[in-house]
Design a protein around this ligand. Sequence first.
Ligand code: GTP
Ligand code: MG
Length: 174
Amino acid sequence: MNTVRVKVILVGNSAVGKTSLVRRYVSNEFSERHIETLGARVEKRTISLPNAQVEMMIWDLAGEQDASNLKQSFVQGANGVLYVGDIANCESLKSLEHYASHCRSLLEQPIEFLLLNKSDLGPAEGAVAIVDTLDLNTHWSLSAKTGDRVEAMFNDLAARLLSRLDAEPEAGEN
Ligand SMILES: Nc1nc2c(ncn2[C@@H]2O[C@H](COP(=O)(O)OP(=O)(O)OP(=O)(O)O)[C@@H](O)[C@H]2O)c(=O)[nH]1
Ligand SMILES: [Mg+2]
């Protein structure tokens, strides 16, 4: 079967749960401890879809004080961008606008999802209004802690990336 390799990055403030989402998806584990990611950590998971396998290289990036500090080399070449916010923390949601403008300046039309993590905690007051101001159409409310919708989100992303790359065969060759 045809194998397509894709690069996905997770960006967002420190402590929103980027590492926890990857860990839940790749190892089905969760920890209450926050150990800050330094630089970038890359994990891999292969997803079997009806007409191809998608080898997803998942780049879990360190939360930055300022989105423009994201290293260009970590962002470059990403086919998919996961903008991660903590639904219980309004500041983390507001800052996603800066992450989006920075990533868009480096990437050509990536597939973008807005991830509202920590759905188990419920939204902070004002969080929904901030989400509405963000120019990100595809929202997923999910929880690395309970695992709710984590698998579904990554699998949907894989399917969308595959159909995008199928439409541009030269980009899918690896
Ligand atoms: N309640 C709850 N806590 C979560 C969830 N996801 C992550 N956490 C907690 O949030 C804290 C930060 O999680 P990390 O995954 O390390 O956050 P991060 O975004 O990778 O942080 P940096 O690496 O510093 O950028 C940890 O204490 C996690 O246990 C969730 O879905 N619900
Ligand atoms: Mg981390």
